[in-house]
Design a protein around this ligand. Structure first.
Ligand code: G6P
Length: 371
């Protein structure tokens, strides 16, 4: 009923609008008065964390993209090597895993068969397994050595939204915690990054306040047969997740690419009027922003319709954006938390306009309990 959905037409739309609260809930109680980060329920001894020489993240679907973002954050803040692998591929390739490996399984439901089988395999090889999960007492946390629960609340829509955002938060917390224990140079910045994370719910509200602009854009695309998504760095998994949402809900062909790969193939796809959604990294000290800008110019010169997501105050993007959606100013590693919102809204609205069942897309299940 409409009441269960807080007056929204779909659970998914309700869950998109619950994201500021879901992120805030996932941050509660993590920072002590002395500015230390605490992750008590994790049950991994400091000694075990110091001895880690590799982290392997395994997951499926949207959770896999959260894992891709986590790799950027964990490696940058902790200097621990991270691999991200699809759970369904992991155990079939004879992975190199031992008792100095931490395997992190990310699963909203905690029941995904591919992920469950992968952690069983990892534990047989004596790896420590940490689950990041939204469902208390489900199979994956039960079979793991340690767990960080996300606090999204029940997610009903088949396509994950608030589940994804809270997974990102859990991954950032894990990364910062490892940095704290290992005493990397980013250890000193934990407080500052936590403060930036605590500002994210308000930033998401700002993005949600512009939902109508995204809805209008979505409705303009009801007869589109293909949409491309471009991103770089932490924006690359955002592009992949934006494309996945569109496939899942609108049944439209969509692909995400790392913008730097354009010239190695994808640019051949660019045709007059093809919509290309571009996740523009914040202007930083690195060259990411400039490189992204030149990618956008290249696709536009070949006829693409560029729809750019760029931070407030970024005027350099204006000449190359056919459509410009503004994002709040946040550091590049945290940008996925705000940049994914318009892409979720876009897919939800486009699927609605096409008359699809957004909460139960054809052929898909909320949790896939067969391999
Ligand atoms: C299914 C759902 C996706 C989800 C994936 C992984 O395919 O439709 O939305 O991302 O499973 O689920 P999990 O519960 O393991 O995160």
């Amino acid at each position: 009923s409409a009441a269960e959905k807080d007056g929204h037409d779909w659970f998914m739309r309700k869950e998109i609008f619950e994201q500021p609260r879901a992120v805030a809930d996932s941050l509660i109680g993590r920072r002590t008065a002395r500015g230390q980060l605490q992750l008590d329920e994790m049950r991994l001894a400091d000694e075990e964390i110091r001895e880690l020489d590799k982290i392997i993240i395994i997951a499926c679907g949207t959770s896999f993209y959260a894992g891709m973002v986590a790799k950027y954050a964990i490696e940058h803040w902790t200097r621990t090597p991270v691999e991200v692998e699809l759970a369904s591929e992991f155990r079939y390739r004879d992975p190199i895993v031992d008792n100095t490996t931490l395997v992190v399984a990310i699963s909203q439901s905690g029941e995904t068969a591919d992920t469950l089988q992968a952690i069983r395999h990892a534990r047989e090889q004596r790896a420590k397994v940490l689950a990041i999960c939204n469902t208390n007492g489900s199979s994956i946390p039960r079979e793991s050595d340690a767990v960080i629960y996300t606090h999204a609340g029940p997610e009903i829509g088949v396509a994950s939204t608030k589940g994804f955002l809270t997974q990102l938060v859990a991954c950032y917390l894990l990364a910062l915690y490892i940095a704290q224990v290992k005493g990397t140079r980013f250890g000193d910045e934990i407080d500052e990054i936590m403060e930036q994370l605590e500002e994210i719910p308000a930033h998401i509200d700002t993005v949600l306040a512009d939902a109508d602009q995204v809805y209008e854009l979505a409705r303009e695309h009801v007869s589109t047969s293909s949409v491309l998504f471009l991103g770089r760095h932490a924006g690359y998994p955002v592009a992949l997740e934006g494309a996945l949402k569109l496939k899942e809900l609108a049944y439209i062909h969509a692909e995400g690419f790392a913008a730097g790969e354009l010239k190695h193939g994808p640019i051949a796809l660019i045709d007059e009027g093809l919509p290309v959604l571009c996740v523009v990294p914040p202007k930083g000290r690195d060259q990411l922003h400039g490189k992204m800008l030149s990618g956008i110019q290249e696709v536009r010169a070949r006829g693409a319709r560029t729809i750019c997501l760029a931070e407030e105050g970024d005027t350099s993007i204006e000449p190359y954006a056919d459509v410009l959606l503004r994002l709040p100013k946040v550091p590049v590693l945290l940008q996925p938390l705000v940049a994914i919102i318009p892409l979720q809204l876009f897919a939800c609205e486009l699927a609605t306009a096409l008359g699809h069942d957004v909460d139960q897309p054809r052929n898909l299940a909320k949790s896939v309990t067969v391999e």
